[in-house]
Design a protein around this ligand. Sequence first.
Ligand code: TYC
Length: 104
Amino acid sequence: MSQNHTRRDAETALLDRMKTTPPKRYGVYLLNDDYTTMNFVVEVLTGIFMLPKERAVAVMLLVHHEGRGLCGIYTRDIADTKQQQVLQRARLEGYPLQCIVEEI
Ligand code: TYC
């Protein structure tokens, strides 16, 4: 019984915190390299980050010229999933494309 109480108290405290504390946000970035094709990067940006074609081309060119570029901002789990999707798709196609997650 007292164990149940303790667990319930902990759950209530967690729910209270979730109500009042916004989740941390994480940016997912693509990094430039010399081998991944521009077309593949645009496909990643439209297919995984759901950017419209024109924005995907703009982000791809930003990465190409500046070395890195922000693809989207998410909670931790979604950012990590997007990163894994990018890396898996790139490796399947034989590209060295790199993708990183950083807390904003
Ligand atoms: N630099 C690559 C090329 O000239 C294109 C590229 C853009 C690669 C963005 C990776 O994240 C990247 N083919």
